[in-house]
Design a protein. Structure first.
Lengths: 283, 186
């Protein structure tokens, strides 16, 4: 019997700008992918196996990044799909939508339990972009399930409001204990809780990605679609991926192999395959 | 000594951010019966080294005139005051919701821009947003439903409730036209 390919929907809210490269990155990992408008026919949404809210500036970041998109009707449908166990990844602005809607961390689903606050950086403010090293803290989520805890990967970040914060005392400890902190910013060898610029925004305990309790909904600030192929990795980057990139210099074939962001989308595919197997469907 | 000046800046032209927020509140959050209009002002709290409040106002006036860091006179209007209240200038059917980042509200760029034109007196610049919410029914001090309504507008507590502040990253308070102010934290 032929294996069915997982189908992913990338949701295009007004103001997103990473939907095309996200679609290409998904397709590079053997999945089918469509870009759906946020106000398109609602019945189409259920046809997909997983969803991605891509990066950008929904509603021009008016009021707060992600705040207005979080109130759109499509988010109610995504809640239902998440409840059914389907994976949802929010990348950067998508992560801001997931937090503002209360889908992540989702201890009490729908309750706003965290915020993504303005970056805090020494002697500067505003938007900041750099490649970051990320330590995997939970290898069961839909973005890390092909990786191993304490692996270090490297993915770029680019944002002005990316600092995970909460006023709920004890929540951060609970998230670590529950395995809901998916990735943290780290040193190149996985050193925990580094200072700026390795932690590029002052995020609490270096948190870079958080999931819901089931691990099928993940809000991540780094942009894996910008690291989907080895050719996208800068030669000057330290660590494993920088070394692989330097080793590939001049080889077109090697440069088109998956980069560190490819593992995120590979995890998405594996997560869906596992889920379908668990339900007795084709894998 | 350090004197504080508050510079309030609003758009002369259509404020698309306020329109988007109003549209979200009225149509996405079902509050069309409660909210008639919404306006937005940016308030800069500026700490200035100066001999007197008047001297501090003069320093800020020079920065405003010589840089575009706080406003563009072609599209913004502004007022300055030493100690404004949240309720200043409210109409009887309005409340103000003032939102400040818990941290990260300070603008180093503003201080640096002043310094670049030779004005070293500006020591600190922090930003907050003042939303002027025009309600369908004029608020009254004895209305038990008023504060819950303001929270439903101002504090994002769950998926369908609250827009103007996220309590985890921001603080908010409401100012009423009769001269009262109350915190709006979750």
């Amino acid at each position: 019997m032929m294996e069915s390919r997982a189908r992913i929907a990338v949701i295009r809210f007004p103001g997103v700008n990473c939907e095309d490269e996200t679609k290409r990155a998904v397709e590079s990992q053997g999945m089918d992918c469509d870009i759906l408008m946020w106000n398109g026919p609602r019945e189409r949404l259920a046809e997909y196996d997983g969803y991605i809210l891509p990066g950008g500036f929904t509603y021009q970041d008016r009021v707060r990044a992600g705040a207005i998109a979080a109130k759109d009707g499509i988010v109610d449908l995504l809640f239902d799909e998440a409840e059914a166990g389907k994976p949802i990844i929010g990348i950067c602005n998508g992560a801001q939508i997931l937090l503002e809607s209360g889908m992540v961390p989702g201890i009490t689903p729908g309750k706003v339990e965290m915020g993504l606050a303005r970056n805090i950086m020494p002697d500067r403010d505003g938007y900041y972009t750099r490649w970051t090293h990320l330590r995997i803290e939970s290898d069961t989520s839909c973005v890390t399930c092909v990786m191993t805890n304490h692996d270090v990967t490297s993915i770029p970040t680019a944002h002005a409001e990316g600092r995970f914060v909460t006023i709920d005392e004890g929540l951060i400890d609970r998230l670590f204990e529950n395995g809901q902190v998916v990735m943290t910013y780290s040193g190149v060898k996985g050193e925990a809780e580094p200072a700026f610029p390795l932690n590029p925004n002052g995020s609490t305990r270096g948190i870079a990605a958080v999931s819901n309790p089931s691990g099928n909904v993940v809000a991540m600030m780094p942009h894996p679609e910008r690291a989907a192929w080895l050719s996208q990795v800068p030669e000057s980057l330290s660590g494993r991926w920088g070394a692989e990139r330097r080793g590939a210099a001049g080889s077109r074939r090697v440069l088109t192999e998956p980069g560190p962001g490819g593992e995120i989308f590979k995890s998405l595919g594996a997560f869906i395959t596992e889920r379908l197997r668990g339900r007795g469907g084709e894998a | 000594m350090i004197e504080r000046v508050v510079l309030t800046v609003a758009l002369k032209v259509t404020d698309n951010e306020a329109l988007s927020a109003l549209e979200a509140l009225q149509t996405k959050m079902g509050m069309a019966d409660s909210i008639v209009d919404l306006a937005r002002e940016v308030q800069w709290e500026l700490d200035v080294e100066a001999d007197s409040p008047e001297s501090a106002l003069r320093v800020i006036a020079r920065i405003v005139e010589r840089t575009n860091v706080f406003l563009n006179p072609n599209k913004h209007r502004s007022t300055m005051a030493s100690v404004p209240h949240g309720y200043d200038g409210l109409d009887d059917d309005e409340v103000a919701i003032l939102v400040t980042d818990r941290d990260g509200a300070e603008s180093m760029a503003a201080v640096a821009a002043a310094s670049r034109i030779g004005i070293t007196g500006l020591k600190k610049a922090s930003r907050r947003i003042r939303w002027r919410v025009r309600l369908a029914e004029a608020p009254s001090p004895g209305d038990p439903g008023l504060l819950p309504l303001i929270k439903r507008i101002g504090v994002a507590s769950d998926r369908g409730t609250g827009l103007l502040s996220n309590p985890h990253s921001q603080t908010a308070f409401v100012a009423f036209p009769w001269g009262d102010e109350k915190p709006l934290d979750a």
